[in-house]
Write a protein that binds this ligand. Structure first.
Ligand code: ADP
Ligand code: MG
Length: 384
């Protein structure tokens, strides 16, 4: 449906999905006086707990979707695995950002890589494996590689490292022979990501590049400004992410993750049609956050270029921190953490901790990158 501006304080914004990303979206929307509606089946969903309305139903429940459409002036999503049909149904009667088609591309590693290539953005050498013939035809030059399910992978799940054609065949069996992408294992120097936002008027802005450290396939630490990134590399990554967004006519916030290879070149890894864990530092280190831009983009508001006003380090807080003293859940020493200068604690209100579960994040800001590093290190010591 065609777009009109939904002015702050004069409308209702909806989100599909009630996780932490939905919760921080709701907070940003409420800051501008919007009413908010979350659709998520989980009665304890972090976003549902803070929204004006929580529709507890399945993402494909036609009645629930129609109720959401009736309540809202615009709708967004907080995760890419929302069925594209749900977005398409909503789009019949109200603006949906990002559009179903863009989400469908991001949902599928094969389509995602094809889109990068069409935009002239390099990515890892790869092959699609969706049937036996494609498995047999795989170029041995792609080994050693990583076999990844084309859909539904996250935080390193749905991936198997393979060194030989035999291991590849076994890995595909292990992944239930669902459509997969085999990627050549690249020699990574480090990893970065860039977040852009675009509105329906075509305004396109970006945050600075962030450098990301993963542990066990899960993002652990993000640093901004990216310590190892040259201005040329930064410009190249931003140009690539902007091309990827603009060529889809994208509306919303988009994150593109890149590998920086040992020879200094960039390869796009994957993208997310929503705010991203690596952009959580923007809540405290920028004059507008990635969630603020998500709200503005979907509401058809102007998108001024965001400004980083402080160096920052973000530490992801996984449920493991709640089990440092064995099996009994204990609250980490937040009082000691908050006694340090420039610490900003964000907890997602999840009812119980589990190992590997994202419970919150801690942003550290300060006058210099060295000071931020020092405080972040002290926080890790207190929490570790
Ligand atoms: P997820 O959807 O789980 O985030 P990714 O494709 O981003 O999956 O892979 C998770 C991590 O695994 C990456 O951040 C990177 O550290 C490593 N990785 C993935 N693909 C490759 C590759 N082709 N070469 C080297 N490392 C890789
Ligand atoms: Mg990733």
């Amino acid at each position: 449906m065609s777009r009109r501006t939904v002015l702050p304080g004069a409308g209702t914004l909806g989100v599909l999905g009630g996780g932490q990303l939905g919760r921080m979206f709701v907070h940003a929307a409420q800051e501008l006086g919007y009413r908010t509606v979350v659709l998520d089946p989980d009665p304890d969903s972090p976003a549902g707990l803070v929204a004006h309305r929580h529709l507890r139903c399945d993402y494909l429940d036609p009645q629930g979707l129609d109720e959401l459409a009736g309540l809202c002036d615009a709708v967004t999503t907080e995760f890419e695995n929302v069925p594209a049909e749900a977005l398409a149904r909503l789009a019949r009667t109200l603006p949906v950002a990002p559009a179903a088609e863009a989400v469908a591309i991001c949902q599928d590693r094969a389509r995602e890589k094809a889109h990068f290539t069409a935009c002239g953005v390099p990515c890892a050498p790869h092959a699609v494996i969706a049937d036996e013939a494609q498995l047999q035809a795989v170029d041995p030059g792609l080994l050693p590689g990583i076999l990844k399910t084309a859909r539904l992978g996250y935080d390193g799940k749905g991936q198997v490292g393979v060194r030989t054609p035999e291991e590849l065949a076994a890995a595909w069996d292990e992944l239930q022979r669902v459509p997969c992408v085999l990627e050549k294992r690249l020699d990574l120097a480090f990893e970065v990501s860039v977040i852009v936002a675009r509105n329906a008027q075509g305004e396109l802005v970006h945050f600075p590049l962030q450098q990301n450290l993963h542990r066990d396939g899960i993002l652990a630490v993000t640093s901004v400004p990216a310590p190892q990134v040259t201005p040329e590399l930064q410009a190249q990554a931003v140009r690539a992410a902007e091309a990827v967004a603009a060529s889809m006519g994208y509306v919303g916030v988009l994150c593109v993750e890149f590998f920086v290879l040992a020879d200094g070149t960039l390869a796009a890894n994957e993208m997310a049609p929503r705010p991203h864990n690596s952009g959580h530092y923007t809540l405290d280190a920028c004059d507008v956050s990635q969630f603020g831009l998500q709200v503005r983009a979907m509401a058809g508001l102007p998108l001024p270029a965001p400004r980083l006003h402080s160096p920052a380090i973000m530490l992801n807080l996984l449920g493991d921190l709640w089990f440092r003293h064995g099996e009994a859940e204990t609250t980490p020493p937040w009082d000691a953490v908050l006694a340090l200068p420039g610490t900003h604690l964000h907890l997602y209100g999840k009812v119980s901790a589990r190992r590997g579960r994202k419970m919150g994040h801690l942003n550290v800001t300060g006058a210099s990158a060295a000071q931020v590093r020092e405080v972040a290190l002290r926080c890790s010591e207190l929490l570790g």
